[in-house]
Design a binder for this molecule. Structure first.
Ligand code: NAD
Ligand code: LMR
Length: 338
């Protein structure tokens, strides 16, 4: 006979599942890599999001502890943990949004591309699961190198016959968050008042802040433009060096991921005028993928905006960005097609 304690637990879990299935309005969200440096604060923040009714936490290690911990928060979402690849399908089934921060982070001296070897395979396995279990879900891909992992995901979905380009979004929100912060510092204003479009990709020179399009309208000297562009492009490396071997940005990334996921959920709910930057399938340039402003709706990235007028500095930056991006995209595509 199960102990009273166990009986109580199983009936409570049933009731929670009932609430999750039936009554509670909201979306079902899975986080893959939920026990990691990004995964944990991301799970915490998604548990606080009122648009989430069910939160699935998946990782290959440590999910029971993270899940037990987060499940005690008195917010609406029902939390369930999944451990190891044999539980991946259960973690994915029925989900509306999948957020993927799974994979190894950089150490000082590494480029994001140095992570390709390990992370390409991880993203492939996770996306095969998504194609099988929740092919209609929106995917927010955080794992680096984003410039290559998004093309990998697209190829996996194409192979499975489930590819919907509107639903695959590489997360470049941290570049926007950094740009807003650094520009606000230079202008001496509150970062919440600043909006900087960042286009291109998510690595070095492919990160292209459009400082000529900052809102509210403002202008920068050549020195300020140079300083801000470099600082935004090297923001990730700044954190990697400060953490000195203990990983890369996790807390600001979790914040940025939740800001972006929340925008996706508001879009899914039918909200109007929701526009964020993301790395998506695109016809804005000759490249098959590019980050720019997108309008988020029920179908995902429903509209991809053109870059708008660029100044000379940005036009030069765009050419450099496209050159590196083309190679990273091709590397991702070849990984699956080989
Ligand atoms: P981390 O090592 O702290 O956590 C990664 C987690 O992924 C670990 O818990 C690990 O167990 C898990 N994992 C590994 N293989 C897995 C698999 N097959 N399935 C599910 N989970 C698996 O790393 P982190 O600091 O959280 O960074 C994660 C990734 O996010 C890195 O690739 C990093 O470069 C990237 N990143 C991207 C951005 C961005 O702006 N897009 C920003 C920061 C970090
Ligand atoms: C970032 O921009 O912080 C991430 O891409 C992590 C990294 O390796 O820089």
């Amino acid at each position: 006979h199960p102990s009273n304690h166990q009986m109580e637990e199983s009936s409570i879990l049933k009731r929670a599942e009932c609430r999750a299935k039936g009554g509670a309005p909201g979306f079902k969200v899975a986080i893959l890599g939920a026990a990691g440096g990004i995964g944990q604060p991301l799970s915490l923040l998604m548990k606080m999001n009122p648009l989430v009714s069910v939160l699935h936490l998946y990782d290959v290690v440590n999910t029971p502890g993270v899940t037990a911990d987060i499940s005690h928060m008195d917010t609406g979402a029902v939390v369930k943990g999944f451990l190891g690849q044999q539980q991946l399908e259960n973690a994915l089934t029925g989900m509306d949004l999948i957020i993927i921060p799974a994979g190894v982070p950089r150490k000082p001296g590494m480029t994001r591309d140095d992570l390709f070897k390990i992370n390409a395979g991880i993203v492939k396995i996770l996306c095969e699961g998504i194609a099988k279990c929740c092919p209609n879900a929106i995917v927010n891909l955080i794992s680096n190198p984003v410039n290559s992992t998004v093309p990998i995901a697209a190829e996996v979905f194409k192979k499975a016959g489930t590819y919907d380009p509107k639903k695959l979004l590489g997360v470049t929100m941290l570049d926007v968050v950094r740009a807003n912060t650094f520009v606000a510092e230079v202008l001496g204003v509150d970062p919440r008042e600043v909006d900087v479009p960042v286009v291109g990709g998510h690595s070095g020179v492919t990160i292209l802040p459009l400082l000529s399009q900052v809102k509210p309208p403002c202008s920068f000297t050549a020195e300020e433009t140079e300083y801000l562009t470099r600082r935004i492009q090297d923001g990730g490396t700044e954190v990697v060096q400060a953490k000195a071997g203990a990983g890369s940005a996790t807390l600001s990334m979790a914040y940025a991921a939740v800001k972006f996921a929340d925008a996706c959920l508001r879009g899914l709910k039918g909200g109007a005028g929701i526009v964020e930057c993301a790395f998506v399938s695109s016809q804005v340039t000759e490249l098959p993928f590019f980050a720019s402003k997108v309008r988020l709706g029920r179908a995902g990235a429903e509209e991809i905006y053109q870059l708008g007028p660029l100044n000379e500095y940005e036009r030069v930056g765009l050419e450099k960005a496209k050159k590196e991006l083309a190679e990273s995209i091709q590397k991702g595509i070849s990984f699956i097609r080989k």
